[in-house]
Design a protein around this ligand. Structure first.
Ligand code: ACO
Length: 376
């Protein structure tokens, strides 16, 4: 790197793209997609409406929504070889690894795979959104030695996901909570996985390649993997009465607590506040209130001691658990929501592209003389 360079570790605060998708106000703890407040979208819009907003820039009119639903429903069946591939994977394959492989495979069967044009990208956004949901559920069934559940026409995206996961029709409250969760996870500006997708397509690579990369980035515990870690922490604590001693130990040991902290939000993550209400309700309904109680206890104790805020992955953990989602599917579920945003970012990047290629500050040895191997 040339003289006078400025290293910004982790690209903190660097503005690397223009976007019309998501307005993230970290100082005030506010978030909006396409101008609509996240709280209102989570309460009043379906995930399908939110996907339309992200992909087309506007909430759909009834006929547009019908058309999108038809497209999503038509794309739910997976190509046979993708399910066959799940059968070939070791039974203990991590679901995120299986999902990443599935996305790469889906690219081999997609008629628009190599077309980066706007219209083709919109078609792929629809297909991938449906297929990712189907792939998560099919892999889960296959790894348990069961047949995948065929998608059910007439069910919303959220309802069909829960149906394909369990084979049982979910209740209205579970569907609403799950649908709102997908919306809350749908988009979040230049988070690590979305930045990854943008970087990949900035080389004029394609949506499937980008999304496979996004899945890989999301998997890490500092990103989407945090939710699973939160649930494992709550399980380790075990009972509400044990929160205090756990927190005291974690603070003394300076442990990094998953589900706390955020690079951008300083005044609280608005998604966490919404998820907290949903988790309370779902834990009460499922008679597993202790998970919510423990989460609140930990939140308050850690916030008081360290000033750390809970992020989106904190209250989604007791929520997902009480909805019956297996713990190692928490991160794939986030991918099932985030695909809407990944695809929207890919479209934005392709439509107005410049190669993303930052610099690194060289800190290795100065120039030195080469010595032939036999003389070293
Ligand atoms: N537990 C304990 N301490 C923390 C935490 C935490 N979860 N988060 C930040 N800190 C402390 C750090 O120890 C550090 O303290 P120091 O300055 O005394 O060393 C300080 O806060 C700053 O931490 P950084 O890691 O530099 O902050 P950064 O902005 O890079 O990190 C991150 C953001 C990665 C999210 C961090 O807060 C973290 O690791 N959280 C836990 C993982 C997590 O929940 N990730 C999900 C994020 S949301 C999402 O991706 C969907």
């Amino acid at each position: 790197m040339t003289e006078g360079s400025q290293l910004i570790r982790g690209l903190e605060g660097v503005v690397a793209a223009e976007t019309r998708l998501c307005d993230l106000d970290g100082a005030h703890g506010r978030l909006a997609y396409g101008g609509y407040d996240i709280d209102e979208l989570a309460r009043r819009a379906s995930f399908e409406e939110v996907a339309h907003l992200l992909w087309y820039g506007e909430l759909p009119k009834p006929a547009q929504l019908d058309q999108l639903v038809i497209g999503l429903t038509a794309a739910r069946e997976l190509p046979g070889p993708v399910v066959d591939a799940f059968r070939l994977m070791p039974a203990d394959t991590d679901p995120m690894r299986a999902l990443q492989a599935a996305v790469a495979l889906l690219g081999m069967f997609d008629p628009d795979a190599t077309d980066n044009g706007h219209a083709a990208n919109l078609r792929k956004a629809v297909r991938l959104t449906s297929q990712i949901a189907s792939a998560i559920c099919a892999h889960h069934r296959v790894r348990q030695g069961q047949e995948p559940v065929r998608p059910a026409a007439g069910l919303s995206h959220a309802a069909n996901f829960l149906y394909m996961l369990t084979g049982e029709r979910p209740g209205a409250a579970a569907v609403k909570a799950f649908d709102a969760s997908l919306t809350l996870y749908a988009e979040h500006e230049l988070n690590a996985s979305t930045f990854t997708t943008r970087t990949i397509v900035s080389t004029q690579s394609d949506m499937h390649s980008a999304v496979a990369g996004g899945v890989g980035a999301l998997k890490g515990p500092l990103h989407g993997g945090a939710g699973e870690a939160v649930m494992r922490t709550l399980m380790e604590i075990g009972e509400p009465a044990a929160v205090e001693s756990f927190a005291a130990r974690a603070i003394a040991e300076k442990r990094r607590l998953m589900g706390f902290g955020h690079r951008v939000y300083r005044a609280g993550d608005p998604r966490a506040a919404i998820l907290r209400g949903m988790a309370e309700e779902a834990c009460r309904q499922s008679k597993q209130f202790k998970w919510f109680e423990m989460a609140v206890g930990l939140h308050e104790r850690i916030n008081k001691a360290k000033g750390l805020i809970p992020n989106v992955d904190f209250y989604s953990a007791p929520l997902f658990y009480s909805l019956g989602i297996p713990v190692d599917l928490f991160t794939p579920v986030i991918a099932a929501g985030r695909i809407a945003g990944w695809a929207a970012n890919v479209i934005e990047q392709h439509d107005d592209n410049r190669l993303i290629r930052p610099r690194a500050e060289y800190v290795g040895p100065g120039r030195r003389e080469f010595v032939a191997v036999e003389k070293r």
